[in-house]
Each structure stands twice: as structure tokens, then as C-alpha cells.
Design a protein around this ligand. Structure first.
Ligand code: MLT
Length: 255
């Protein structure tokens, strides 16, 4: 019997979703540092829609169709500039603190990041595709409960080709919040959900300390002067009440 509550830790696993039937599944995608945290921040600050795409070339093509949209994203953590895109400086990078109401309210945003936007795209075919963040963890759990999600896949976007501790930790926190929904039928819970939850429970309340010890990505951002503040920003838990969904090519707040 296929489990109904699963965590995917690495990009290799989410890439394999293309060969799986995702009908009936809720997929929650965590790229805590930083793509999904940035998306939630942008939408909470009034952005209309976010179009997540895999490649820089796709972003540029889409912008030709939507000339008023902002271009956002990173490669190697920094804003995409003309040397990388073949002539266009992107308007925004991938720091959530850039996506202020002044910059994004009412705007569509086309976004490409190294892992986060790829992970969202990998879930196409699922019943629901929800970007996840510490910022709106409680709201996400409430939504999963109210929609009686019977099949839940939590996707960790990871860093380059590797698992990322910060995504695993957030996945574990969400597992813990919705555990009661699945625990009556233990065979529906995959070992991966147990592993993620256990990692979260062992970290306790010292999320920042755990990140310092175990997250290479957090340490990398913390070592860069103008990105350092992104880490505590993305670790703020439950500061947003909203959830968002990828549907028909764009992410928007809802329901
Ligand atoms: C990604 O999508 O891989 C990340 O969000 C990368 C980053 O924040 O620099």
C-alpha cells in the first residue's frame, strides 16, 4: 500500500514526481531559505500573482507576454543580472526583505530560483500545490485540516542537488501539526514523515541554534552582509495568516 503522508527530502525525489500520479494529493513545498518564504512575503505585501518558472529563458519569454510584470529571482543566491540573463537586469533578487509593499503591491512577479520554483513546478498534477514557510505554518496546517487532506506530500526544495536542513525542519514541524490527521492509520504514514517529525521534535524551540549547527545554507546567508537578515526574517513563525496556491501557472493568495 502506498503511504499517504510522505516527505521528499531531495531534488532527486521531487524530480521523480513526474512519473507519479499526484491526483488527490496536497503538495506543500518548503524552500525556507528562501524562495517560498519570499513568495509568501510578496503576496502578503500585496503582489497580485507570482509566476514560478524553472529557467531564466522562460522568465524572459513570459515577461515578453506580461510586460508590466516584475522579474525576480536568483542564481547562486544573488539577483540575476544582465551578464547571466543575456541582457536584462532582473528587478528583484530572492531576498524576502526586497519584496516590500512599495515594490510589489498590485504587481505580477515572474520568478525563477535555483530550487524553489523547480520544486513547485515538479508538483504539477497535484490537487493542491501550496508554498510553505515558517511564516504561515499554522495557517497551512489549518488549511490542510479544513480541506481534510487525505494524501499529503511535503516537498523539501533543498539546495542545489542536496537535502537542506531548514526545509526538513519545517517539513517536520508541519508533520507534527497535522499528525493527528493520519495517526489513526499508522500504515499510511511513511518513514520519511516520521524522520522529519523526529528531527523537528529533537530541535526543540531553538530553531535558530539548530540552523547555525546544521544548515549550510543558513550559515552561507549569515556570512553575507546584505543577506544575513534574511535568515531570522524567514524563521519567524506564524506571522502570516494566509496560505497561497499554485494554480494555472501562478501562485496567488487563497482560498
Ligand atoms: C532556491 O530556490 O534555490 C533558493 O531559494 C535559493 C536562495 O534563496 O538563494
Amino acid at each position: 500500500m502506498e503511504s499517504q503522508f510522505e516527505v521528499l527530502f531531495t531534488p532527486a525525489e521531487f524530480a521523480a514526481l513526474a512519473g507519479r500520479d499526484l491526483s488527490g494529493a496536497h503538495c506543500v513545498v518548503f524552500d525556507v531559505l528562501r524562495a517560498t518564504s519570499t513568495m509568501m512575503t510578496a503576496l502578503a505585501n500585496g503582489a497580485a500573482r507570482i509566476f514560478p518558472v524553472r529557467e531564466i529563458s522562460q522568465a524572459l519569454r513570459l515577461r515578453a507576454e506580461h510586460p508590466a510584470a516584475l522579474l525576480a529571482g536568483e542564481r547562486d543566491g544573488v539577483r540575476i543580472l544582465s551578464a547571466r540573463s543575456g541582457g536584462v537586469d532582473f528587478d528583484l533578487g530572492n531576498s524576502p526583505r526586497e519584496f516590500t509593499p512599495e515594490r510589489v503591491a498590485g504587481r505580477d512577479i515572474i520568478m525563477t530560483t535555483t530550487n524553489g520554483t523547480r520544486a513547485l513546478q515538479a508538483c504539477l498534477g497535484a490537487t493542491r500545490i501550496l508554498p510553505g514557510a515558517w511564516l504561515n505554518l499554522g495557517a497551512l496546517a489549518r488549511r490542510l485540516r479544513s480541506e481534510k487532506a487525505a494524501r499529503l506530500l511535503i516537498i523539501c526544495a533543498g539546495t542545489y542537488d542536496e537535502a537542506a536542513y531548514e526545509d526538513t525542519l519545517a517539513a517536520g514541524a508541519l508533520c507534527d501539526l497535522v499528525w493527528a490527521q493520519f495517526e489513526m492509520e499508522p500504515d499510511r504514514i511513511s518513514d520519511s514523515a516520521h524522520i522529519a517529525r523526529r528531527i523537528y521534535l529533537e530541535a526543540g524551540s531553538d530553531v535558530e541554534g539548530a540552523m547555525q549547527r546544521h544548515s549550510r545554507n543558513a550559515r552561507r546567508l549569515l556570512s553575507i552582509d546584505n543577506l544575513r537578515a534574511d535568515v531570522p526574517f524567514c524563521l519567524r513563525r506564524d506571522v502570516l495568516e494566509a496560505t497561497a496556491e499554485l494554480r494555472d501557472g501562478s501562485v496567488a493568495l487563497g482560498p
